[in-house]
Design a protein around this ligand. Structure first.
Ligand SMILES: [Zn+2]
Length: 268
């Protein structure tokens, strides 16, 4: 779970943020300044390396894994330890040596010292376990799952939208160059239409595991920013060359012979 990619601007990040917000507002939150004072005294500073100052409060079990903001789950941490540990499992992180901010490299702790720190942390944690999501949300668990599912769908829809904007930009760019390129034996309009439909309809549908893919000529025409070239689109979509390129059989064609509502359904 902690391996989720949280790159800003990605839909995975948007999903992560929503789930984290839901969890953060659902977990127990009763950590006090007295808890912190006592923890600092207990650990002598940072819970991981023992150094001072230890200005951060680190969740042993992260919020994303339902970790509560309670005394037994929060430990003081110095900035280098907190930054390096991130969302990693603390025992695993404490024992690593490959990072430059690891306890072994940065704080020069021996294996024995590290095991001692872990024991100390375990003592503070005194068996603390987070609730499972189902328990955390109780009778609202289905609602919670529903929200996550809707977010998934919303993000899929948003991604489709931005993918098509990107594709449109790419095609617009290549269409602008076509007039020049065409003379040099570069892809013709028909080639570009075939390639566009292959990349934006057939291949994604195959990837989704769909049995068929239906392509609307008007959509392709608009997505490629064409003006009055519906006949070209329909010819390219109905032709044998496309069937060879996309490895499909003759499509089922519905609607007018060469209109914006004409659809081509390919078996995948
Ligand atoms: Zn530290």
């Amino acid at each position: 779970m902690s391996k989720i990619r949280t790159q800003t601007g990605s839909y995975a990040y948007a999903k992560y943020q929503l789930k984290r917000a839901l969890l953060e507002n659902a977990v127990d939150d009763n950590y006090t300044s007295k808890d912190r004072e006592e923890a600092l005294e207990f650990f002598g500073g940072c819970a991981f390396c023992g150094s001072v100052p230890a200005p951060r409060n680190d969740h042993l079990i992260p919020v994303f894994e339902c970790g509560d903001r309670v005394r037994r789950n929060i430990v003081p941490a110095c900035q280098p330890c907190d930054d390096s540990k991130g969302k990693k499992e603390y025992r695993k992180w404490v024992r690593t040596s490959h990072s430059s901010r690891s306890l072994k490299k940065f704080r020069k702790l021996s294996d024995a010292e590290i095991e001692k720190r872990i024991k100390l942390i375990e003592k503070w944690r005194s068996g603390y376990k987070p609730k499972m999501e189902a328990e955390l949300f109780g009778k609202d668990y289905d609602k919670y799952l529903g929200i996550l599912k809707r977010m998934d769908e919303l993000c899929a829809e948003a991604k489709q939208l931005t993918d098509s904007i990107k594709a449109r930009k790419n095609v617009a760019r290549s269409v602008r160059n076509t007039a020049v390129l065409h003379k040099k034996g570069e892809p013709s309009d028909a080639d570009q239409i075939r390639q566009f439909v292959l990349e934006n309809y057939i291949l994604p549908a195959r990837q989704r595991g769909a049995k068929t893919s239906t392509v609307n000529a008007g959509d392709v025409h608009d997505q490629m920013w064409f003006v009055k070239r519906l006949p070209n689109v329909c010819q390219a979509l109905g032709g044998e060359k496309f069937q060879k390129l996309a490895n499909v059989e003759k499509p089922v064609i519905k609607g007018p012979p060469q209109g914006s509502t004409t659809t081509f359904t390919y078996k995948l």
